[in-house]
Write a protein that binds this ligand. Structure first.
Ligand code: ZN
Length: 161
């Protein structure tokens, strides 16, 4: 069966971010740094942000692992610079909803290139890969004194620690 054009376009975009990641560099004047790992897949991400007031000035990362995890964090960093912390939190929420099968999130322009990862929601084992960068982001926001936006509770899933 042939891939529909949109799907192959998305696959190209993922590979492009994986091969030539955006913002993969050290950030000497960072205000926060968070390291996250996904032992199941062997993914590792170190996210560095420079936050001033309630705004993200610069976002950089280091990392290794599968194409999903590395493309996801690369795509994420392209959306963060110049964002208010609350907006960054909002992007994380929207992306998480998409990973949990919310199809309307897949058409949300605020997610930018991240929309290419929508298909990952069909592969539960890989969802953690896609969310790893956002786990780091949320932790970085928390460490920077940001109070998380209240989310809709009643989520279907319980994850075992
Ligand atoms: Zn992975």
């Amino acid at each position: 069966m042939e891939n529909p054009p949109l799907k192959s376009l998305y696959q190209q975009l993922i590979l492009e971010h994986y091969r030539k990641p955006k913002n993969k560099a050290d950030l000497p004047d960072r205000t926060v740094e968070v390291r996250m790992t996904n032992p199941v897949c062997g993914d590792e991400i170190v996210l560095q942000l420079k936050i001033e007031g309630d705004e993200i000035r610069t976002a950089r990362f280091a990392g290794q692992g599968c194409s999903i995890s590395q493309a996801s964090v690369s795509m994420m960093t392209t959306l963060l610079e110049g964002r208010k912390l609350a907006d960054a939190d909002g992007i994380a929420t929207r992306f998480t909803q998409m990973m949990h099968g919310d199809e309307s999130a897949g058409g949300d322009r605020t997610l930018g290139d991240l929309r290419a990862l929508q298909g990952v929601s069909k592969f539960p084992v890989r969802i953690k890969c896609a969310l790893l960068g956002f786990d780091a982001l949320l932790e970085a926001l928390k460490q920077s004194g940001h109070t998380p936006v209240v989310r809709d509770e009643g989520d279907e899933e319980e994850t075992t620690p």
